[in-house]
Every structure is written in C-alpha cells, then in structure tokens.
Design a protein around this ligand. Structure first.
Ligand SMILES: NC(=O)c1ccc[n+]([C@@H]2O[C@H](COP(=O)([O-])OP(=O)(O)OC[C@H]3O[C@@H](n4cnc5c(N)ncnc54)[C@H](OP(=O)(O)O)[C@@H]3O)[C@@H](O)[C@H]2O)c1
Length: 235
C-alpha cells in the first residue's frame, strides 16, 4: 500500500513525500510528469506497475485556467487545458478502471469546479472543461458502481492555492469577499467524506452549496446574462 504523487515540480513532490512518510509512516513514491504531454498517462501507469502497485484510488486533481479572451489565446494554451483536464483525466481513468473492476474495488475523484454548475463565464474554456469533468464523473459512477468502483466529482468554489497566481488573476481574486473562499484542507476533508459515502458529486462548503442551489432553477437565457455580468475575471 502507498501513495504515488504526480506533478511537474519534482522538488515539491519529494518534499511532500518526505513529510507524508514522516507524519503517517506511509510509503510515498514520486512520478514527475507533465500532463500536457499526450504520452504522460500511459507512462505514469507503466511506472506505477513497475513500482509493484495497483491503483485502487485515482485522484485527478491537476488543473489550470487561462484568463484571456478565446480569440486572443494561442491555440496551444487552450489545447494544454484540454489535455490536462479532459484528455488526461479520461485516459487515466480508462487505464485504471479495468484493474479496479477486476479487484471489485476502486475510487476515482475527479476535481471539477463550482464553475461546472454555474452559468458559462465569458471567454473561459475552463467552465466548459469542468462541466465535462462533472458529466463524465456521473456517467462513470453510474456504469461502474455495480462493480465496486465509485466515482466522485469534487466541485470546489474559490479555494486558497496557487491557482489564481498561475491564472494571473491574483489581484482580481484578492478583491473577492473572504466568505467566498475555503481552505484546501476543508475542501479535501469534505470531498473525502463524500467519497466514503459513495456520493457522485460533492460541492464543499455552505456558501458553495447555496450558490449551486440558487442558480439551478435559473433559465438558460438568464444564466447567459448572469454569466456575462458576474464573471469576476472578464477581460
Ligand atoms: N483554487 C481554486 O479556486 C479552485 C476552484 C475550483 C476548482 N479548482 C480545481 O482544483 C484543482 C487543484 O487546483 P489548485 O487550486 O490546487 O491549483 P494549484 O495550486 O495551481 O495546483 C495545481 C496542481 O496541478 C499540478 N499541475 C498543473 N499543471 C500540470 C501539468 N501540466 N502536469 C502535471 N501536473 C500539473 C500542479 O503541480 P506542478 O505545477 O508541479 O505540475 C499542482 O500540483 C484543479 O483541477 C482546479 O481546476 C480550483
């Protein structure tokens, strides 16, 4: 049994692995991979097999968002978002599921976003991608639950992390009221409780739950107008 951490920055991964092993006595391996590379999902799973491990729990967490207008963003940047958050998420699940089905046990957590439940925001490919992740997760959960494999889409709202620095929207996001924000550990705790209960969708935090419930009955044409006026990162 053990954990396998995957991302691009090896120094961060090694430091985290060392802490996790020291704090919890758990085996922790590190795989450095860039998920914009279409070969990465196959290579990651091959390395996991080499390590002598089965994937019982897959957490598809890596994500990023551009903030520029669609027409002004080089296609390679849009393609990278699609590769990391759609193609790699789908391929990693597709590679892990056969073993999970065979063993009669599996858990997949796909980190979507509250954005997936909100009206589409102008210019953001991110909303469309996270809607795909939400839909895919529910469809997989329906197909795989009878085989002991549960799939949960975790849909956080604004969460303190490096996300908005990478996106280049730190100044705009700092102006948002504090009550809209959650700490990452609170999101993870609630997300993991949802996984334990076999919930296909988890919207963590009271504010996010109320927001998701409030926009649900909104007709599409109203959502369209809301999306145009409410996007805090519009350019
Ligand atoms: N923060 C929010 O407000 C928020 C809200 C809703 C949903 N989410 C979602 O939550 C998830 C986690 O994001 P976060 O908030 O923790 O952001 P973050 O602090 O920027 O972390 C992103 C993580 O993804 C990894 N990553 C990014 N690009 C990668 C690539 N090409 N290949 C491999 N790994 C890559 C990063 O590691 P390396 O850079 O070392 O590769 C890092 O571990 C994402 O799916 C995001 O869309 C975030």
């Amino acid at each position: 049994m053990g954990l396998v951490l995957v991302a691009r920055r090896e120094d961060r991964l090694l430091a985290l692995a060392k802490d996790l092993t020291a704090d919890y006595g758990v085996r922790c391996d590190v795989i450095t991979a860039d998920l914009t590379d279409p070969a990465a999902p196959q290579a990651i799973m091959a390395r996991v097999t080499e390590l002598g491990l089965d994937v019982d729990i897959l957490i598809n967490n890596a994500g990023l968002s551009g903030s520029g207008a669609f027409a002004d963003t080089p296609f390679v940047e849009l393609a990278n978002e699609i590769q990391v958050m759609m193609t790699a998420v789908t391929e990693l699940a597709h590679l892990a599921v056969p073993g999970m089905k065979e063993r009669g046990f599996g858990r997949i957590v796909n980190v979507s976003s509250l954005a997936a439940l909100m009206p589409p925001a102008a210019s953001l490919l991110y909303t469309a991608i996270k809607s795909y992740v939400l839909n895919l997760s529910q469809a997989l959960d329906m197909e795989l639950k009878p085989h002991g494999v549960h799939v949960t889409a975790l849909c956080p709202g604004f969460t303190h992390s490096e996300f908005h620095d990478v996106m280049g929207t730190r100044d705009a996001s700092n102006k948002l009221p504090a009550f809209l924000w959650q700490e990452a550990d609170a999101v993870v705790r609630e997300g993991w409780n949802a996984v334990d209960k076999g919930a296909p969708v988890c919207v963590p935090g009271v504010v996010n739950k109320v927001t998701a419930a409030a926009v649900k009955p909104v007709p599409l044409w109203v959502g369209y107008r809301l999306g145009k006026s409410l996007n805090p990162f519009k350019n």
